[in-house]
Design a protein around this ligand. Structure first.
Ligand code: 1BN
Ligand code: ZN
Length: 383
């Protein structure tokens, strides 16, 4: 082969390598979803949700195995029956060791075979293991944010979305988990997320997987704290969480859905659903290092650190999400990510990154080698 032809082929190979590197780079960095929300008046009311938080606190500590935990389950049932006395609900009984626990599932729009799950845990933690005062660490957590806030938003969402159910093309589950929050010595020997794991194990008892499809699961955990700032929760399906952030920001909630959110991986009630391949996202505050809300697992997780505005921001973002994706108005120009494919596993991602880097380096190396060769040759000719 003549030198010129060889040279051209190498240049082509170099550019191909750089192109592959660029595609991988763009693929990894392209997460700016622009959304035009469905234009409608949102009805979710933060004051109502705040009252539902207070109602749960008035019941007492909702620790698994206590009368108060049972009473709070009855409270949810009474609130849903206020919305419609025929609201479908199923109590999922299970035990952790010998303690009797209950997840509560409410279903709206059951005639549809595509399902969206809105979930929250409602148990409160038995011990305030992160309290700054050591005597308090054996006391229970009031769980105003960690437990009651998510459950309160679900009740208000049920009221609002039930009113719109004839305009929505999806079945909606409102799912209250027991026994989420007792890991790390909350109750000795218990793990985190016991309730949702047992629900997922029994999932086939609640729907017909041959004819019905669970399209997504959105978890609300600690969504009512003052100074709300959601994190980029790393187990969550990125296209789903990204869409929720885009919707929230579009509604003007740019402090709550920051453009550069803190990234953390949280073991929470969405994990079991992700393990089944159901796209799932956890809306949760920044509660760990340098937290925007510093009362997590302390006795100060009480009503004084709850904001009706934070509850409203969360509720309205979910309300808007449901309209964007399921409104039957055909004039709306949908711009979301549905269907939200679950993310690739971490090893898959690592292989892609590695291949991208290899191709990138190979391309640059080829170009540098050719340039040096050309330069040397030119010099030789000149000599
Ligand atoms: C979330 C809210 N979690 C508990 N309350 C999950 C969690 C698991 C938090 C491990 C910290 C550590
Ligand atoms: Zn907790």
């Amino acid at each position: 082969m003549c030198i010129n032809k060889k040279y051209n082929i190498l240049i082509l190979v170099a550019f191909a390598c750089i192109a592959i590197f660029s595609i991988v780079f763009l693929f990894l960095t392209s997460n700016n979803l622009s959304i035009q929300n469905y234009n409608t008046e949102l009805e979710f009311n933060g004051d109502n949700a705040y009252n539902y938080v207070q109602d749960q606190l008035d019941i007492g500590f909702r620790i698994p195995g206590t009368e108060e935990r049972k009473e709070s389950a009855q409270y949810f049932i009474s609130k849903f029956l206020e919305i419609d006395s025929n609201f479908t609900y199923i109590i999922h009984n299970f035990t952790v060791y010998t303690t009797e626990c209950q997840n509560i599932l409410f279903k709206a729009n059951e005639e549809y075979d595509n399902v969206i799950i809105l979930g929250a845990h409602y148990d409160s933690r038995a011990k305030a293991t992160r309290d700054p005062i050591s005597e308090n660490r054996s006391k229970p957590v009031p769980g105003a944010n960690d437990g009651a806030s998510g459950a309160a938003v679900l009740i208000e969402l049920a009221r609002v979305l039930y009113g719109q159910k004839d305009n929505l093309s999806s079945e909606i589950w409102f799912l209250f988990f027991d026994a989420e929050d007792q890991g790390g010595n909350g109750i000795l020997g218990w793990d985190w997320i016991e309730g949702s794991e047992q629900f997922v194990n029994d999932l086939d008892d609640f729907y017909d997987s041959a004819t019905e499809n669970i399209e997504s699961m959105i978890l609300l955990d600690m969504v009512g704290g003052t100074n709300l700032q959601f994190i980029n929760e790393q187990y969550s399906t990125s296209s789903l969480l990204e869409e929720l952030f885009a919707i929230g920001r579009n509604l003007g909630y740019t402090n709550e859905f920051p453009s550069n959110p803190v990234s953390r991986s949280i073991i929470d009630d969405h994990i079991g659903f992700l393990d089944l391949g159901i796209p799932s996202a956890d809306l949760i505050i920044n509660f760990w290092d340098n937290p925007s809300w510093p009362y997590h697992h302390t006795t100060e997780d009480d009503i004084s650190h709850i904001s009706n505005y934070s509850l409203e921001v969360t509720g309205r973002t979910i309300e808007q999400f449901v309209y964007n994706n399921y409104i039957t108005d055909t004039n709306y120009n949908y711009q979301g990510n549905r269907p939200w494919d679950v993310d690739m596993s971490i090893p898959d991602m690592q292989i892609i990154i590695l291949l991208g880097l290899i191709f990138g380096f190979a391309g640059v190396a080829i170009i540098i080698t050719l340039s040096i060769k050309k330069f040397v040759k030119k010099k030789e000719v000149n000599v």
